[in-house]
Design a protein around this ligand. Structure first.
Ligand code: FUB
Length: 324
């Protein structure tokens, strides 16, 4: 049986859970971590994932089912490795799996694969999504049926290499007092397979309207964007990377700007955490990962979930990962 704050599955290592309610169940789209003796570095070479397994739960206290391999890199013609954090969406009567991976030149791109079923198997497109780059796609299908893809990750995720929307191998990190490097957003085409526009950088400001600075590592964007709506407002949440927080910002439109509001989750065991937020049967849940299942090995992670609550003013009540 699934239990809050416990690994959802223990027979494989899983990370980066993107949770959605499809067909009245919770479906979880995680990365699948593999064990190896390779290098662990700031480029993320330790995250050597090759495939996706999709999980589901009929309810929050029901067993978590692994539906087996839904997509493997050997079946994706443009991929050379590292199938990282995915997300999924439902539109046009179909399920879409969005995933980042290195192309044959070692550049991270975003791919898409389709299925008639939420658990797959998924059939990939021949090429990556034109105009896409970096990692960690998250897709919002808004109430008006327009769909937006959010993405981007610093360091190994190569986002700093795309400040001009052209890849630059030798990028310069922004100065500490310069605005942070923001995640990107683009509207998706109606068939969900391409971008309708050039991705734009998202602006996150503080309560005074000043952009969050690159050196403000407790608040700045690092990776793992997620977008959800609560009471008509748009909530952009993300990982701060080096300081290991999950934080959020609120805006009035899917492309922002967003005002930084605070922390969602304190640091977990392991270097990364990566999350999603979903409503199920009138309650809200945070899905995230830590490295507790491997006793702290950074690249061997496990997905977990816990209830998330809001204050009356719409702010999120911050949580500590190892307290109820
Ligand atoms: O899982 C590989 C990478 O680690 C993800 O893309 C990041 O968000 C981090 O969780």
């Amino acid at each position: 049986m699934a239990k809050q704050n416990e690994p959802l599955v223990t027979h494989i290592y899983t990370a980066d859970p993107s949770a959605h309610v499809f067909e009245d169940k919770i479906y979880i789209y995680p990365s699948h971590d593999l064990d190896h003796d390779g290098e662990d570095n700031d480029d993320g070479d330790q995250y050597k994932m090759e495939d996706y397994h999709i999980l589901s739960m009929d309810d929050v206290d029901a067993p978590c089912v692994d539906h087996g391999e839904a997509l493997h890199m050997k079946d994706v013609p443009w991929v050379s490795g590292q199938m990282w954090a995915p997300d999924a969406a439902f539109k046009n009567g179909k399920y879409y799996l969005y995933f980042p991976a290195r192309d044959k030149n070692g550049i991270f791109r975003l791919g898409v694969a389709t299925s008639d079923r939420p658990e797959g198997p998924f059939k990939p497109e021949e090429s990556f999504i034109l105009g896409s780059f970096s990692i960690d796609p998250a897709v919002l299908v808004d109430d008006d049926d327009k769909a937006y893809i959010y993405f981007g990750g610093l360091w190994g995720g190569q986002l700093e290499s795309w400040m001009t929307n052209n890849f630059t191998k030798d990028f310069v990190e922004p100065a500490a007092d310069a605005p942070m490097v923001g995640p990107r957003v683009a509207e998706l085409s109606d068939d969900m397979l391409s971008l309708k526009e050039i991705p734009q950088e998202i602006l996150v400001v503080d309560e005074e309207g000043n952009p969050i600075k690159a050196g403000d590592e407790d608040k700045r964007y690092f990776e793992g964007p997620w977008m959800h709506k609560y009471n008509g407002k748009y909530y952009l949440s993300y990982s701060t990377g080096t300081t290991h927080y999950l934080v959020y910002a609120i805006g009035d439109s899917p492309k922002g700007p967003f005002t930084y509001k605070g922390k969602i989750l304190d640091p977990v065991i392991g270097w990364t955490t990566h999350h999603s937020i979903v409503e199920f049967k009138g309650k809200w849940y945070l899905f995230y990962h830590d490295s507790s299942l491997s006793n702290g090995v950074n690249h061997l992670r496990c997905v977990k979930f816990r209830e998330l609550k809001y204050n009356e003013d719409g702010t999120i009540i911050p949580m500590k990962p190892y307290e109820e």
